[in-house]
Design a protein around this ligand. Structure first.
Ligand SMILES: Cc1cc2nc3c(=O)[nH]c(=O)nc-3n(C[C@H](O)[C@H](O)[C@H](O)COP(=O)(O)O)c2cc1C
Ligand code: SF4
Ligand code: SF4
Length: 431
């Protein structure tokens, strides 16, 4: 049976599944039930200065799919709205009662060293395993010079990280904002400041939808609204890319990463890990489905690891990183072609419309003159292997993209004779 335990920047955890800093982790009552359900750790809802933050009503909105499934989730909540002392007391007690579970304390304070120096010993005294610096909250707090306002300025990231390392012995995880052009810049700054790890992503600036009668966006607060932070399944592709960017950046290579963003099942988690995350954090999926989703995550990951022969999580963390590269290094001689399995095809014609209207007119629609039955066939000569038909087909597995034997060796764009700026032209003929 696969071993799910991990060691993340010196912190031991019984499994790689942590709850992210957010409502699921904002009080002992929640955290205890999360631990009972099997979560390996939590990042406690962000603590700040007293007096505690005050929230508005309402606070959340969502981007829905056709069947009202929540694709993306948006919130305008601030950091904890409970006093620092109450939070610290509860953290101390929960850590005492659950010594084998990880508790990371998330922090957000103004950029004044004295404030950080003052809070660090208080956090250490709780027995917590580490701290996470919330440099990512995109709403409310940046207007006060905190959250994303810090995370968007690499110099500030480095400075505050260094203060924390100076005033505490605890591992410091820097939580990054995705609301930035190049996420590698704050990650490099965090490393330069002495960070033990980075975590990402925090939420993405968003407006999900509007009430067109009232002419106001959701969530509505007394007839007005404001942008919120986007998370949930919809942000997973953005988060995965940012994790990969940091994992394959030579300047941050080896810096532990805690992956966050749209993780809802074991497979999502495994993908983040394959791209370099040593552990993962979950928020929206737990908010929508409850703490018990961790059972599927643990079982699924464990079964998959057994199937693949991975004995420990470390065996596959980062395994997909070397296969993630710049476009210019992709093989120009690689070719796939769509293939339709006629037995599975329900003759809906979606692939035909998609290819005909917006791709390469490579699917033929044949209509039987007698019966009117339609058949769809790929014109292999024209198909460029864009995947659009496979994506649009409602029957999973009906269209497959089949690699072709071109007989040509690997040749990337820097070597391609068609590249007017080719660095290393190498004319390659079919064998
Ligand atoms: C309602 C809500 C409150 C949040 N509060 C915090 C917070 O206090 N501190 C923080 O670092 N991140 C906060 N987050 C961001 C989450 O920790 C996480 O980074 C983000 O939601 C992406 O993960 P997910 O897609 O699993 O939700 C909050 C998210 C939500 C939905
Ligand atoms: S892969 Fe692209 S080009 Fe080929 S048949 Fe499908 S949609 Fe058309
Ligand atoms: S989209 Fe899929 S099911 Fe529909 S016609 Fe094309 S191959 Fe058949």
């Amino acid at each position: 049976m696969a071993d799910l335990s991990i060691e993340f920047c010196g912190i031991k955890s019984i499994n790689p599944f942590w709850l992210a800093s957010a409502p699921p982790t904002d009080k002992a009552y929640n955290v205890v039930r999360a631990f009972e359900a099997g979560w390996g750790g939590v990042v406690w809802k962000t603590l700040g200065e007293d007096p505690a933050a005050v929230n508005v009503s309402s606070r959340y909105s969502a981007h829905y799919g056709k069947n009202r499934e929540v694709l993306g989730f948006n919130n305008i909540e601030l950091i904890t709205d409970r006093s620092l002392e109450l939070n610290l007391q509860e953290i101390t007690q929960v850590k005492k009662d659950w010594p084998d579970r990880v508790i990371i304390v998330s922090l957000m304070l103004p950029c004044e060293e004295a404030l950080w120096a003052e809070i660090m010993p208080k956090v250490e005294a709780t027995g917590a395993d580490g701290i996470e610096l919330n440099f990512g909250c995109p709403h409310g707090m940046p207007e006060r010079g905190m959250g994303a306002a810090v995370g968007q300025v690499p110099e500030y990231v480095e400075m505050v990280t260094r203060w924390c390392k100076t005033h505490s012995k605890l591992p410091v995880i820097v939580k990054l904002t995705p609301n930035i052009t190049d996420v590698r810049a704050p990650a490099r700054a965090a490393k330069a400041g002495g960070a033990d790890a980075v975590s990402l992503i925090n939420t993405i600036n968003s407006i999900t939808h509007l009430d067109l009668d009232q002419m106001v966006a959701f969530p509505i607060v007394g007839g007005a609204s404001t942008h919120g932070g986007y998370c949930g399944s919809a942000v997973k592709p953005i988060a995965l890319n940012m994790v990969a960017e940091i994992a394959r950046d030579p300047q941050t290579a080896g810096l532990p990463i805690s992956g966050i963003g749209g993780i809802g099942n074991w497979r999502d988690a495994a993908e983040f890990m394959a791209l370099g995350s040593g552990c993962v954090q979950v928020c929206t999926a737990a908010m929508l489905h409850g703490f018990r989703i961790v059972e599927e995550m643990k079982d699924g990951l464990s079964r998959w690891m057994d199937q693949k022969g991975y004995k420990s999580v470390a065996d596959f963390v980062g395994k997909a990183v070397p296969n993630t590269t710049d476009w210019k290094y992709l093989n120009m001689n690689y070719q796939v072609i769509a293939q339709i399995n006629q037995d599975d095809c329900i003759k809906c014609g979606r692939c035909y419309v998609a290819c005909e209207d917006t791709s390469h007119q490579s699917i033929n629609q044949l209509i039987d003159a007698v019966t009117g039955t339609r058949t769809y066939e790929v014109n292999k000569e024209e198909c460029v292997g864009c995947n659009l038909c496979e994506i649009t087909c409602p029957v999973q597995g009906c269209i497959t993209m089949v690699p072709q034997d071109t007989g040509k060796p690997y040749m990337n764009w820097t070597q391609d004779p068609r590249n007017p700026r080719a660095e290393n032209i190498k004319v390659v003929e079919a064998a």
